[in-house]
Design a protein around this ligand. Structure first.
Ligand SMILES: [Zn+2]
Length: 60
């Protein structure tokens, strides 16, 4: 299930919401409850085949 990102135009709060398949539902901001939200088309993070695991460098 794809996750769409929304940005509230009232309080500029950003949140994610699961979008049902072919289902139009009103999305409201969980912060202020405003319906003036804008759907952000965030680039889908395609799983890049990277065998090398990212190391954790802890700055000491
Ligand atoms: Zn809001």
């Amino acid at each position: 299930m794809p996750i769409f990102e929304y940005t509230c135009l009232k309080c500029a709060h950003r949140f994610e919401k699961l979008q049902k398949s072919s289902t139009v539902t009103s999305t409201e901001c969980p912060e202020c409850g405003s319906l003036d939200v804008r759907k952000e088309f965030s680039a889908f993070s395609s799983a890049v085949s990277s065998s090398s695991a990212a190391g954790c460098f802890s700055g000491g």
